[in-house]
Design a binder for this molecule. Structure first.
Ligand SMILES: [Zn+2]
Length: 196
């Protein structure tokens, strides 16, 4: 049985995964980033940690066969399929402050931080619970001198990653709102989800 959900451009969704269920995250049109946060269902204080994930995998890059770990160093999700192989563990979700600092945008701008808050609010989660996400399809490359470059995603239409829940989880996914850089190929499109 497959439940299909579409994350509209610049928006987010929250969903529950049971241990063993698979979440397929699909770049429907290509070149679009999806930010993902995860919380243990039995204790929302245990949360996806990109720092622990980098630490435990010994790498800034992860792909098929790698686990995403929590702030308590427990595995939350396993990458069981990945047709892209280029994702990000470094960048915080885009936010009003980020648009102000980097693009001098003072007015309203859709952003992943607000998208996360709006879908996680009903679970009692708030601003302090929104941490650095696993930024799926975000093509961040680290140069030998330490410079960080965000390039156009390698994902083409229909490319996907499949994550297996290692425990019962609350998961939130956004379709990233950045139109001003290569991050989402200078435009925002939808993300497809399948719960399997
Ligand atoms: Zn974003």
């Amino acid at each position: 049985m497959v439940q299909k959900i579409t994350v509209s451009p610049r928006e987010g969704v929250a969903l529950k995964l049971k241990r063993g269920q698979l979440l397929k995250v699909i770049d429907l049109e290509g070149g679009q980033v999806a930010d993902l946060l995860a919380y243990r269902s039995s204790d929302y204080k245990e949360i996806l940690s990109t720092g622990a994930t980098i630490d435990n995998n010994g790498s800034l890059y992860i792909g098929k066969g790698d686990y995403l770990f929590s702030n308590r160093y427990n595995p939350l999700l396993l990458i069981v399929e990945d047709t892209v192989g280029a994702h990000d563990l470094l960048h915080p979700p885009c936010s009003p402050e980020m648009y102000r600092a980097q693009y001098v945008i003072e007015g309203e701008h859709a952003n992943c931080f607000t998208s996360f808050i709006s879908v996680l609010n009903k679970y009692g989660l708030e601003e302090k619970d929104v941490v650095t996400p696993f930024n799926i399809f975000m093509n961040t490359r680290i140069n030998v001198d330490g410079r960080v470059e965000v390039k156009t995603p390698l994902s083409k239409a229909g490319d996907y990653i499949v994550l297996q829940a290692e425990t019962d989880l609350l998961v939130a996914v956004t379709a990233c709102s950045v139109e001003e850089s290569a991050c989402n190929t200078y435009g925002c499109t939808a993300i497809g989800l399948e719960i399997i």
